[in-house]
Design a protein around this ligand. Structure first.
Ligand SMILES: Nc1ncnc2c1ncn2[C@@H]1O[C@H](COP(=O)(O)OP(=O)(O)O)[C@@H](O)[C@H]1O
Ligand SMILES: Nc1ccn([C@@H]2O[C@H](COP(=O)(O)O)[C@@H](O)[C@H]2O)c(=O)n1
Ligand SMILES: [Mg+2]
Length: 479
């Protein structure tokens, strides 16, 4: 195959069939063995990104995988090694181990590998054998528990050989290292780590390793989306791959459908804060603390969508710094009552910002009624940050945005900020007002029969302002 540049190859791999995740804060996948996902919807929506990494023995596959995992530190990533699926040798084979071809596709239990990958893809934790290169056995060490993750990296000399295994992969990487470098590394590794003598290593190389590379491994290079020359030394290629994976992970299908819908980049900090505010056992104090942190992030992200003008300043060193000037004609509008929880974060970011209010009365699901509004007179000249922590059915948001439009605010001047969005609400708002921008921190699974967001976080206003029943109860000490 002609060697393509990494950038070309990344472009050509853009058809990856990734349906996106980070769509909700729920732990939709199990952490226990054989426990399927908690909901079929979650299972459909969350497909892990599977990366295959092939290449000759000692080409640097494991090194490249570790570098990718390290750089993707804010994602849940697991590594599955094809080595773990080596067949156990019979007693007869063990006596003549030097005649055994460990580089032939038949040396691997590919059926077991497929079963394991299928479980991981469906959110089921698995125990993977820990292969021992010294004893040639996979039952010497305890198995390794591998939990489902956002990214699964499957690494091994022949992971592109079987079409069924290739089919699982969203991205295929071939680590391409010169044969002499591979041989030199192999000699060092096998003598130091596997206690083998150099003569045995060279015999195995000539008899099995080199022919199998030519016959089985090299022919699979054509399936690769990306070829990395020089393995772990190729930092540029690894950076580009990590960037590509990040883009794919952050892209929920809804973001692809609606270009004005933005989900802030998920990190473990953000997931941790969501875990706390969604936990029904979290105290009011902690709920407010972590909700405030998340709100601040969403507000900062939302402000990033405002227009700006270029501005030059002179620094104390007398140099010119070319920067930007903030957009000044802003207004916050909170949907009473829970939207008021977002006002402090907005005030902290935008000194002296005017804040208007809208009160919408909800009767059942569809009977939405606007019953109060207090907005600045010149609101039509301002960019509006509409505040409501939960986007559920979208009915309140539609009422609020319609009012702003009636007041003369251009649709493209409205940015709707919330903490969690249900897909139903996103569809309703984005279809009705395609120029309104929505910024959220997580997308939830959907709505239940009572039109409440699931998994959600309960009544946000009650939890934030401490008016939920549990916190109201004062228990008198018993005598
Ligand atoms: N870029 C590199 N420079 C020097 N040594 C390397 C490099 N990449 C890998 N190695 C070493 O070569 C050996 C094989 O690398 P590894 O990543 O385990 O390859 P593979 O998984 O393809 O067999 C290891 O001992 C590793 O430390
Ligand atoms: N008992 C074994 C099993 C495998 N090998 C060699 O390992 C190589 C594959 O591992 P990489 O980490 O290099 O991908 C392969 O070339 C096998 O010959 C072995 O020596 N002993
Ligand atoms: Mg390896």
């Amino acid at each position: 195959m002609d060697s393509k540049s990494v950038v070309d190859l990344i472009e050509s791999s853009s058809e990856v069939h990734f349906s996106g995740f980070h769509i909700d804060g729920s732990e939709a996948r199990s952490t226990g063995m054989e426990q399927p996902t908690t909901s079929a919807t979650g299972d459909l929506l969350k497909q892990p990104f599977v990366i295959g990494v092939a290449g000759g023995a000692a080409s640097g596959k494991t090194t490249v995988c570790n570098m990718i995992i390290q750089q993707l530190h804010d994602q849940r990533v697991v590594l599955v090694n094809q080595d773990s699926f080596y067949h156990n040798l019979s007693a007869e084979e063990l006596t003549r181990v030097h005649d055994y071809n460990f580089d032939h596709p038949d040396a691997f239990d590919t059926e077991q590998l497929l079963r394991v990958m299928d479980k991981l893809k469906h959110g089921i934790a698995v125990d993977i054998p820990n292969y021992d290169f010294k004893s040639y056995k996979s039952d010497v060490f305890p198995a390794r528990r591998v939990n489902p993750a956002d990214v699964i990296i499957l690494e091994g000399i022949l992971v592109f050989h079987d079409p069924r295994v290739r089919e699982l992969m969203s991205m295929k990487i071939f680590v391409d290292t010169d044969a002499d470098v591979r041989l030199a590394r192999r000699i060092r590794r096998d003598t130091v780590e596997k206690d083998r003598d150099i003569g045995t290593v060279l015999d195995q190389y000539t008899k099995f390793v080199k022919p199998a590379f030519d016959d089985f491994i090299l022919p699979t290079k054509k399936y690769a989306d990306i070829i990395i020359p020089r393995g772990g030394d190729n930092h540029v290629a690894i950076d580009l791959i990590v960037q590509h994976i990040r883009t794919k992970l952050g892209q929920h299908d809804l973001c692809k459908i609606y270009p004005n819908f933005y989900v802030i980049q998920s990190t473990f900090q953000i997931r941790g804060m969501h875990t706390l505010i969604r936990d029904s056992q979290t105290t009011k104090h902690d709920f407010v603390f972590y909700a405030d942190r998340l709100i601040r992030l969403v507000v900062e992200h939302g402000l990033g969508h405002l227009p700006f003008t270029e501005k030059q300043v002179i620094t104390p060193t007398g140099s010119v710094y070319t920067g930007v000037d903030f957009c000044k004609r802003l207004c916050g509008v909170s949907v009473i009552r829970s939207g008021e929880s977002m006002e402090n974060a907005l005030r902290a970011c935008c000194k002296g910002i005017k804040i208007g209010k809208i009160l919408i009365h909800r009767e059942g699901d569809n009977g939405q009624q606007l019953i109060y509004e207090k907005l600045p007179n010149d609101i039509s000249d301002r960019h509006v940050l509409l505040l409501d922590p939960i986007l559920g059915t979208g009915n309140s948001a539609v009422q609020a945005i319609s009012l702003l439009l009636r007041k003369g605010v251009p649709e493209s001047n409205i940015i709707f900020l919330n903490l969690i969005s249900a897909p139903q609400g996103v569809h309703v708002v984005c279809k009705s007002f395609p120029k309104v921008k929505i910024v959220t921190s997580e997308i939830d699974i959907g709505l239940n029969e009572d039109f409440r967001v699931i998994p959600g976080m309960g009544e946000f206003g009650d939890r934030y302002f401490g008016t939920d029943d549990d916190d109201q109860q004062v228990v008198a000490p018993t005598q």
